[in-house]
Design a protein around this ligand. Sequence first.
Ligand code: LLP
Length: 413
Amino acid sequence: MISQQQIAQIATQVHTPCWIYDADSIRRQISRLRQFDVIRFAQKACSNTHLLRLMREQGVMVDSVSLGEIERALVAGFNPGDAGHSPIVFTADLLDTATIARVVELNIPVNCGSPQMLQQLGAAHPGHPVWLRINPGFGHGHSRKTNTGGEQSKHGIWHEHLTECLQIIQQTGLKLIGLHMHIGSGVDYAHLQSVCEAMTQQVRYVRKFGLDIDAISVGGGLSIPYRVGEEDVDTEHYFQIWDAARQQIEKMLGHSVHMEIEPGRFLVAQSGLLVSELRAQKQVGSNFFALVDAGFNDLARPAMYGSFHRISAHAPDGTPRAGALRPTVVAGPLCESGDVFTQEEGGEVVSQDLPVCEIGDLLVFHDAGAYGASMSSNYNSRPLIPEILVDGEHIKKIRRRQTVQELIALELD
Ligand code: LLP
């Protein structure tokens, strides 16, 4: 747990806004998924190399979705040459020349989401290891934008096109490792049984075709309780449902199959805080606005999906503000009216009950470790903000604040 004193100390040292992560929280979440053979962190959720290193030390492997994410994994010490299950997998729906060259050079397995990827990779490097990411025909997400299955999703190989892809694999001599399904971020458990059945069915087709697999990946999508009182995932139950499907698959294939899980949010969301400072307050008609120095260029989720992040208010020394609660709309400094942290999907402004605060207080956004820093931008020419890792008593700056000069430098060559 990051203490109130640590929040205040860090805010004083590196100034606001800043991200703070709790190492213990990440380790705790990892330990809840230990039953899976491989925990493969979807690093798009939070790709700081220091956090990737922390996960590697816990035996976690990594999924990369861009050349940049591959390089991050290498910097964090993941070695594609290590024996056993591949430390790095590359997942995408398309390939470019530079990425093909890099994955071939490093022998990084590619989780393919289109027939073209298979063709291009097969032409470049027969024998290259591949996964097939299958879109089972349905999906689910916490928002339309995070649903990665069904006809409206660009992701994965449409389930009816598996045979065509297996033919390409055979013709080009690619090596099939396994099948992968990720139907969305913020999965509801009503769909779980259907995904398991779809996976089993697809493996049956692979078998019928005359090919084999060593592994299945159940994808990510596990959520966390963002709101007080929301239920946490029963990871034991989740594992058991998938393990039953795995056993059925093993029976069908006549050998053991290892099972990967690919969480992003679940491992890092609860570890992360975004710390901001209250800079202005004003009454606008019926709405009371609190304006802080963080914007949606830092934390994009509320503006992008209407996502909820619990906000707490602290005096500059970290002491929580207590006393009368006031419905408060919390907004940022950006020159755009959608820069509001308390809003519904679609942009309707809502409020959170916050205690009466003073200018200079710290407003802290909770559960911001996933898709927080990794989705930040330089909008309004605002530099990226620092990231700090707290490990017990130990406080470490794991990314410094970007400077305005660095931001402009790209244009001066
Ligand atoms: N595997 C694949 C292939 C994915 O596309 C994703 C997420 C994951 C795993 C990890 O999903 P998770 O366990 O984190 O739900 N920016 C959105 C989430 C986008 C997720 C994109 N893909 C948000 O802030 O909620």
